[in-house]
Design a protein around this ligand. Structure first.
Ligand SMILES: Nc1ncnc2c1ncn2[C@@H]1O[C@H](COP(=O)(O)OP(=O)(O)OP(=O)(O)O)[C@@H](O)[C@H]1O
Ligand SMILES: [Mg+2]
Length: 458
């Protein structure tokens, strides 16, 4: 078991949080800026009307016989009418003495009291409400007097705040819409940003255990270092695997030849020796040589299969021909054990495959049936095209040991029924590896009436 790597956060969450956080900050900023700007513009609008009202009153002021007379133009106050029915207040001073209007209307303090002709604006509280006041002064010249008139016109701000609230609501819903859009966008952006990583992970995870080829699909620039490192790692792994397979093949080959020589010496010696004790020792020796030689042969085949499974040499072939050829070659072995090899076919079974690997796999399966079946029994070999090209081998032997059946295809695994037979526990491994390399599988089962059934499908 490999421990899962430790997790430090999630790229997707990090991206989404950054994007959504940025979007909410932007939406808030947008709201504040637009609202502030709208407030300024609305205030300017109110100010200019208030200013016009003050000017129209000032313009109407005349000095007659040292008395100030003002004939209020109608427009002075009517121009201040608002949909919210804002209240209007005014005050007129002559040289700081109230002439008319509200005595307690706030006045600009003397420091920033306006010069003649200049308008002054201020916001203050009056009758418990915020008001905006515009003030301007004018000097009136009479025959021998010079007097100073100051006019203040004020207005409550109900219409202004109504308008501002409406604008705020609109800007807020616009900001919300913008936010929701960015959230959706950020989910989309995170998923397309993460997608190449997911694709790489899936393509590596989907590989067969033998597939150590480099990742060749195009990847985004940022992933190049990762993919480069992965490819280099796989190349190193591949190289060391190939080296060890080569080593096994070479070693098996070197062992087999001298073993054959030793065996033939042992055989001839056995014919010459009479003493039973020595004959027994020689027989054990021959058996041990057979075991080693079989193991070396199977190891060699297994190494060859592991190597070829990476680069299958696919050919169009007829599975029936291939199996028939094997049956013919194994017929002498069957005859020696008085076993009847029955071959059943209805039609050619065309398929794509590597003939050397397929022969090797199926030979191992027939070999097992011959090895574990009693003499004077029958072995049925059936090649069919449906549902997939497959070979089924049934024998009348003891069948697979039921408690071990799931492990028998593992390397070097032999069943408890194998005691006394020569073998290395690699035959089923070879057959299974070949089936998997061809996209198929090997299925082991026992027949109800006794005997083993092996299904090798492509
Ligand atoms: N036809 C069969 N009937 C009963 N048992 C079988 C049969 N085929 C395989 N087995 C069991 O499965 C085990 C594994 O088979 P496998 O072919 O892998 O190894 P082996 O035959 O022991 O050695 P070798 O590598 O020389 O073939 C055998 O040891 C045997 O116990
Ligand atoms: Mg075998």
């Amino acid at each position: 078991m490999i421990d899962p790597p430790q997790i430090s956060g999630s790229l997707r969450n990090r991206l989404a949080v950054t994007l959504i956080g940025g979007a909410s900050l932007l939406a808030l900023l947008l709201f504040l800026v637009v609202r502030n700007y709208a407030a300024q513009i609305a205030q300017q609008g109110q100010d200019s009307i208030l200013g016009a009202s003050v000017s129209s009153i000032l313009d109407a002021a005349v000095l007659r016989d040292d008395q100030v007379e003002i004939d209020f133009p109608y427009a002075s106050f009517s121009m201040l009418t608002t949909p919210a029915h804002d209240r209007v207040f005014y005050a007129i001073y002559r040289d700081d003495q109230l002439l008319s209007g509200y005595a307690d209307l706030p006045r600009p303090n003397s420091a920033d009291s306006p010069d003649s002709g200049e308008r002054h604006y201020q916001t203050a509280a009056f009758i418990g409400k915020p008001i905006r006041i515009s003030t301007a002064s004018r000097t009136l010249l009479g025959a021998d007097v010079k007097t100073h008139i100051t006019v203040s016109v004020a207005q409550t701000q109900d219409a202004l705040s109504d308008r501002l609230n409406a604008i705020s609501r609109n800007v807020a819903s616009f900001g919300m819409g913008f936010f929701v859009l960015v959230v959706l966008l950020s989910f989309w952006v995170t998923s397309i940003t993460i997608a190449p990583l997911n694709r790489l992970a899936t393509s590596v995870a989907r590989r067969g255990p033998q597939d150590l080829s480099p990742v060749s699909k195009p990847v985004p620039t940022e992933m190049l270092p990762l993919v480069g490192a992965l490819n280099r790692l796989m190349a190193r792994l591949n190289q060391s695997l190939t080296q060890s397979e080569d080593f096994i093949a070479e070693a098996a080959h070197r062992v087999r030849t001298p073993l054959a020589t030793v065996r033939s010496y042992a055989e001839t010696t056995l014919q010459r020796v009479d003493k039973e004790q020595n004959r027994q020792a020689l027989r054990s020796m021959i058996r041990a040589i057979d075991e080693s030689s079989r193991a070396a042969g199977q190891l060699l085949d297994h190494a060859m299969i592991t190597f070829r499974a990476d680069q299958l040499e696919y050919q169009q072939l007829d599975l029936v021909d291939l199996v028939q050829d094997l049956v013919l070659r194994l017929a002498p072995v069957a005859e020696m054990k008085d076993i009847d090899l029955q071959f059943h076919v209805d039609q050619p079974v065309h398929c794509q495959g590597d003939p050397i690997l397929l022969q090797n796999a199926i030979r191992n399966l027939i070999d097992n049936a011959l090895k574990y079946s009693p003499s004077e029994s029958t072995i049925d070999i059936r090649v069919t095209a449906h549902p997939r090209p497959q070979v089924e081998i049934r024998d009348q032997g003891p069948g697979f040991p039921p408690d071990e059946i799931s492990d028998l295809a593992l390397r070097f695994s032999r069943g408890n029924n194998a005691a006394g037979t020569i073998g290395s526990g690699l035959g089923l491994t070879i057959a299974q590896d070949v089936a998997i390399a061809h996209g198929g599988k090997l299925t082991l089962s026992n027949l109800t009436g006794g005997g083993a059934c092996v299904l090798f499908s492509l």
